[in-house]
Structures are given as C-alpha cells and as structure tokens.
Design a protein around this ligand. Structure first.
Ligand code: NAD
Ligand code: MG
Length: 392
C-alpha cells in the first residue's frame, strides 16, 4: 500500500489524482490532502478519503477546518500555513507526493519532497521553471524518482528509454512538444485585445484551473513547458520544438537520429499521466476510455503563430538567457495573469509586461534558494510597477 500526499487536492489535478486513487484502494491511499483556503472542498474530501493529515495553507482557515472535521466525526490531524505544506511533503505520512499546487506557492513543498526522497509526481511546472537547478540538486540529494505529470512531459518520458537518459547517448535528436493552440488559435492580435477571462478559460480540449487556462490561451503554458522539458530531460533549447496539434491526441514526441519519431497518444485526460506516475514502471487502469482511432480520423499539425502569441518566444529567450531569467519570466507571468483574471490588465498586455521585466531585470546566476526567491520577488514588484504605469 502506497500512501499518497496530494498537495493541491481541491484543484483540477488534485481531483483527477483522487479519482485514480479511488479506483485502486488496494494499492493507494490518500494519506495527506492539502489545499489553499477552500475549507468546504477540503473538508468534503477528508470525509470521503479519511487522510491522516489535512493541511490548509491559509492559517486563517484552520479553526473553521477543525470545526468542520470535528462536526463530521473525521479524525484527520490538521496543520496550517505554508510551513505545514513543507512538513507534509517531507514527513512520514506519505511515500508519494503529488505536487499539484499552482504557481510559486508550490515550490517549497516540491523541493522538500524531492529532498526527502519521495516519489515526486510533478504537475506544478512553475516550481521547476523557477528553480530547475535547485530541484535537480534536491532530487540528487533525496535519491527519489521524479515522474512528470504534465501530459507533454509524461509523453516524452514514455517515449524515452528509461525516462531520463542522457539525450545524446540515447540518439535523441529533438523533443517535440504538442500544443492545442488554446481557445484563441487563429485569432489576430486586434481580436485578442478584447478577450475576457471567461473566454480565455474556456479551453477546447482540457478542463483545468484558471491560471493554466490563461497560460494555454497565451501559449505561455507551452513556453513554461519548453523550460520544463529543458530541466527534466537535460535538453538544450535548440533540441526542443513546439508544434500545434489542435486535437490534443498526440501528447508529445521524441525524434531520434535514425529518423524515428515516437509519440504517445491518448484521449486528453490527465488521469493517464497521473496513473502512469503512480504505478511506474507498472501500468494502472486510469478510468480513461481507449482512444478510438477511426472516430478520431484526423490529426492536424501547424506551426505556432509566434508573432501573435509572443509568450512562447519570451520563454525561449528566458531559457537561452539562463540563470534567473526563467524565474523572472515565471514571476512576471504569474502577476500579469492574476491581473488579467481580475480584469486589471488586457490579455495582449500579459506578454508586454513579461517582456519588459525580462528586458529590465538582468539574469543572474542561480546561487541558492534565497537569491532565487529574491529574483522572484523583484520581478513581481517590477511587474506591478509596469502595470501601474500602464494603468495611469
Ligand atoms: P487549480 O487552480 O485547479 O488547483 C490549484 C490547487 O492549488 C488548489 O488545490 C489550490 O487550493 C492549491 N493552491 C493554490 N494556491 C495555494 C497556496 N498558496 N498554497 C497551497 N495551495 C495552494 O490548478 P490545476 O489546474 O489543478 O493546476 C495545478 C498545477 O498543475 C499547475 O501548476 C498547473 O500548471 C499544473 N498542470 C495542470 C494541468 C491540468 O490539466 N489542470 C495539466 C498540466 C499541469
Ligand atoms: Mg501540459
């Protein structure tokens, strides 16, 4: 029996993870559930899954969660605050940690799980983008496995022998990440200036949290994934390509020097990647319907519109600049997306804010966690200054 900590249990990936776990009560148990501040949703999950530990990241919500669990007769221990997330990730309550918190808020717990040698199922791409070298060091220190849950990286992992080989030795020429193109594929820049958060969050193929939905609409999600692929598979920027594939059936590909192109296909459902990560190297029924190739009929491919969706190239720029540039990119993006979701920033201004941050804040070396958090904070403050100037 493997005990699983689901950090971000109330989110989209959290729900998919708990669905897979519930299908295999003989093999997995949700022993830790953590969330930000949705007490009702977390308490409901605790009633259903009876974890040993529940963590609510916002300390102000702790009394309400405790009261709610006592009233329901649930004996789950309760911890609160950001430090409790770290404790839950590294502590003795779980063998597997699913890092499914959105944004930089997931960094500390992701690093802690890696350092503690847990099997780490990584959905929280912002953590690896902002701190790739530190996560690699933490994994080396802990000696545990990292299984990518992002569908593209999970596909690449499945198409590589042994998952994380030396790319050159394995004869890999390049990694090809597929992108759906998001809800605004084919739109012009002028059309994009007026799109609303609701429009941006209506993804054609995937149902996801709001932040990643906006990232998919700007193509920053693919940009973050390029950087994620660089750190996960030790691939240089030039060996990572992006192709738009609107059906989201091929989740990504690996091209070898002999001309072979290996792809992983399936219905767009995150439970496939999650089940793969939970059971690896075995396979598990994920509850996902088999792909009907005849009904699918057509698989389309096109080049991304880099001129309209500039976030993709901004991410390549940050990757090539190296050091703290990906940290700056991620921080500026998180702030700009939050402002867009709150109606304070135009959709097309997201890329402009990020571009200004990258131009104004020179990349430094990744000297350690403190220096990196400093770059993160500097970039967030700078993004706010830029947005305030634009609003004035
Ligand atoms: P979501 O918004 O649906 O859920 C986010 C979760 O994080 C919630 O449980 C929330 O309580 C928690 N959270 C937010 N802020 C927190 C904080 N400060 N402290 C503690 N917990 C906090 O998001 P999602 O779509 O499930 O995405 C989660 C992560 O997985 C993101 O990094 C995203 O990029 C990645 N991802 C998601 C998908 C998908 O299909 N949804 C696919 C690939 C990767
Ligand atoms: Mg993805």
């Amino acid at each position: 029996m493997k005990r699983v900590a689901v950090l971000g249990a109330t989110g989209s990936i959290g729900a998919s993870t708990l669905d897979v776990i519930a299908r295999h009560p003989d093999r997995f148990r949700a022993s830790v559930l953590a969330a930000h501040r949705n007490v009702e949703a977390l308490a409901t999950l605790c009633e259903r899954f009876r974890p040993d530990l529940a963590v609510i990241a916002d300390p102000a919500c702790e009394p309400e969660l405790r009261a709610r669990l006592v009233a329901a007769g649930v004996a789950t221990r309760v911890l609160a605050g950001p430090d409790a997330l770290v404790e839950a990730a590294a502590g003795g309550d779980a063998d597997i940690v699913v890092a499914a918190i959105v944004g930089a808020a997931g960094l500390a717990s992701t690093l802690a799980a890696a350092r503690a040698g847990k099997r780490l199922l990584l959905a929280n791409k912002e953590a690896i983008v902002m701190a790739g070298p530190l996560l690699a060091a933490a994994l080396a220190e802990g000696g545990g496995d990292l299984l990518p849950i992002d569908s593209e990286h999970n596909a690449v992992f499945q198409c590589l022998p042994g998952g994380r080989p030396d790319l050159g030795r394995a004869g890999v020429r390049r990694i090809v990440l597929t992108a759906s193109g998001g809800p605004f594929r084919g739109r012009t820049r002028d059309e994009l200036a007026r799109v609303t958060p609701a429009m941006a969050c209506a993804h054609p193929n995937w149902s996801m949290g709001r932040k990643i939905s906006v990232d998919s609409a700007t193509l920053m999600n693919k940009g973050l994934e390029v950087i994620e692929a660089h750190f996960l598979f030790d691939a240089p920027a030039d060996a990572i390509d992006v192709v738009v594939h609107p059906q989201s059936i091929i989740h990504s590909l690996v091209e070898y020097v002999d001309g072979s192109l290996l792809a992983q296909l399936g219905n767009p459902d995150m439970r496939t990647a999650i089940a793969y990560g939970l059971a690896w190297p075995e396979r598990l029924d994920a509850g996902v319907a088999a792909l009907d190739l005849v009904r699918t009929a057509q698989l389309g491919f096109e080049a991304p519109d880099r001129a309209t969706f500039r976030c993709l190239d901004l991410a390549y720029d940050a990757l090539r600049a190296g050091g703290t540039a990906p940290t700056t990119l991620n921080a500026a993006n998180e702030e700009a997306v939050a402002a867009f979701l709150e109606g304070r920033l135009a959709f097309t201004a997201i890329a402009e804010v990020i571009e200004s941050c990258l131009a104004d804040l020179p990349a430094g070396p990744v000297a350690g966690l403190e220096a990196l958090l400093d770059s993160d904070l500097t970039a967030r403050r700078h993004a706010h200054r830029i947005m305030a100037r634009r609003a004035a």
